[in-house]
Design a protein around this ligand. Sequence first.
Ligand SMILES: *Cc1c(COP(=O)(O)O)cnc(C)c1O
Length: 385
Amino acid sequence: MPHPLLDLPPLTADRFAAVERRVASLLATENDVVIMQGEALLPLEGCIRGGARPGSTALNVVTGPYGQTFGNWLRDCGATVVDLEVPFHTAVSADRIEHALAAHPEIDFVSLVHAEAATGNTNPVAEIGSVVRAHGALFMVDAVASVAAEPLYTDAWGVDLCVIGAQKAMGGPAGVSAVSVSERAWARFAANPRAPRRSYLSLLDWRERWIDTGRRALPHAPAQLEMLALEACLDRIEAAGLSTVTARHAATAAAVRAGALALGGGLEPYAREAAEAAPVATTLRTPAGTDATELVAKALAADPSLPLVAGGGALAAEMIRVNHYGAAAAPDVVHACLTALGTALEEALGGAGRPVDQEAARRAADEAWREGLSDAAGDRPRHDG
Ligand SMILES: *Cc1c(COP(=O)(O)O)cnc(C)c1O
């Protein structure tokens, strides 16, 4: 008996190219899309090592942990790095980027994370993109946590390098990722003697061996199972409609935020402004006298399948993350998370502190879910920027 996962015919170049075209459409881009055979850190590092070099100056926006990683790669490439750090409870504004660019006219590369799953914020890429375009720098955006969770218009927003992975809102595998590359970005890579070549990090290799030869033969055997899984994600998103998928994520985020506020007990949204809260994940600040890691452990003891996790590093005591992406962008998951958190909170507070109201949380979440979906239904696709 042939095995359905193992005894597969080889993935053809045509099929690989078709997946690239569908990813381009998902990203609203006419630029080349390269599908990388590894986790999203692979194209992110490839973009930075291709675009940065001694003598270049990069503005690196740090709104979470990935920004720190990008800064380290940029410095490793010999670039001068201007780090723009933003507190974890807020997004960066286009104004702050504009000021940084005006203070350092030599900046020729800007790296930004669109949505931060780790902190629960989303940055205004449309506005930032027009500021970066006016300055003339190359613009790299990590859209791993925003793709399929919220609007993403690569070309309209002037994004030269847009990196995605399938493992968040696309509901897919972590072992494959993609990047769209503008003509300006290709020119920058080609002019950089230090850009990776004959390397797994090399985007130029893909251009030379795959794109420029008419996408007729793959340079090496593709990660077959991940490619098939990515294709299945695209099938599912296209069947539901991208705007339906993003609307579900937005409504889920609104439901968790409203539900957590109504739950009481001193639990609060971590992202101060609802407009800055990422549709991919909602972060909550734990009340004084409680510990996020302990609350999450209690909640997961009741139901280990819940998408709850304590904040990373310095945030481990004060932040709870609800990772409501992919299949978890659903009202029953919101209910289950609120119930488990409410129960854990009641136990931890032991009658002290503000009362916990499970029923109010449920009602507020349901109402926000319905409003969220109907707002999205009335929304035209935005191509601002
Ligand atoms: C999830 C994510 C990645 C990929 O990292 P993993 O931890 O391997 O999933 C990259 N950038 C951002 C902004 C992410 O949210």
